[in-house]
Design a protein around this ligand. Structure first.
Ligand SMILES: Cc1cc2nc3c(=O)[nH]c(=O)nc-3n(C[C@H](O)[C@H](O)[C@H](O)COP(=O)(O)O)c2cc1C
Length: 262
């Protein structure tokens, strides 16, 4: 699949084949994609524990719950627990030194002295603030997005789920104090059709993006829209006419009780 089509295909897959294991190599490719994502100061605070349901200890599986549409945890063969390692910020000076050695930061004969004199003290001064929710979360999101695209490129589906009892998860997974759990990501082979009902609704382009200041919508070229439709990045809006029938089928096949909302 071309990148554009992978992006178009990337939608939350809530229905997985519970009996079909996911190859660890495919998960590794997701993690490799996450690892090379950009991060402020090259701090690399994104971490994960990958839980394979067929081999994880029971107390780990018991701790992984989600309050919204939580049935997904039960049917997914793999759940990735993504977290921020806030202690990574403590080592930021070394990341900056590495960046400089790699030729990515600064120039000239004096650059190493300037790094020690200017930039490192600047970041040291705001270190605790930099550990708080904010920039790290955004950068972790970039890594998770890359992992997600890699999953779809390999024929997998995923859905991000806000975690339930993160204290219990923290404890049962043995995470360090400095870890802040971000999100759970189910991973598996889709039980749904590839279009999964079609493109989920989005607010109008013009209401989201501005040009040269707030209030002047970024002009949306119809030619670009048609190009992206041809490349399958923009796909048919949901729902497909047979989506409700598909949902009934999935509910029965996967033994999902109730209305599927909680
Ligand atoms: C940070 C984040 C948390 C989410 N949490 C949940 C969740 O707890 N349960 C769920 O069913 N979907 C969850 N989703 C999926 C969204 O509901 C979904 O992205 C949205 O409905 C749009 O659908 P799409 O991803 O297919 O485009 C989450 C998505 C994100 C990005």
């Amino acid at each position: 699949m071309e990148l554009r089509e992978v992006i178009g295909r990337r939608r939350s897959i809530r229905f997985m084949l519970p009996h079909k294991p996911v190859e660890p190599e495919k998960i590794q490719r997701m993690l490799e994609a996450a690892r090379i994502a950009s991060h402020w100061g090259n701090v690399q605070s994104l971490r994960a524990v990958v839980v394979f349901k067929d081999s994880a200890p029971q107390e780990v599986i018991d701790a992984i719950t989600a309050p919204v549409a939580g049935f997904q945890i039960r049917i997914a063969p793999v759940v990735i627990v993504w977290y921020v390692e806030t202690a990574a910020v403590d080592d930021q000076s070394n990341r900056l030194r590495e960046l400089m050695k790699a030729g990515a930061l600064g120039f000239g004969a004096e650059k190493e002295a300037a790094l020690e004199r200017q930039l490192i003290p600047f970041f040291d001064g705001i270190r605790e603030r930099l550990k708080a929710p904010g920039l790290n979360e955004m950068d972790c999101g970039q890594g998770i997005a890359q992992a997600t695209l890699m999953a779809f490129e390999q024929g997998l589906g995923t859905c991000l789920l806000g975690g339930g009892n993160t204290d219990k998860m923290h404890k049962n997974l043995g995470l360090p104090e400095s870890a802040r759990i971000l999100i759970l990501q189910t991973v598996g082979y889709p039980a749904e059709s590839p279009e999964a009902g079609g493109q989920r609704p989005r607010l109008p382009f013009e209401s989201l993006y501005h040009m040269n200041g707030y209030g002047k919508p970024f002009p949306r070229s119809q030619a670009v829209v048609e190009e992206l439709e041809a490349d399958h990045l923009i796909q048919s809006p949901a729902p497909t006419p047979w989506r409700e029938t598909e949902l009934d089928y999935l509910k029965n096949a996967l033994g999902i009780k109730g209305n599927g909302l909680i």
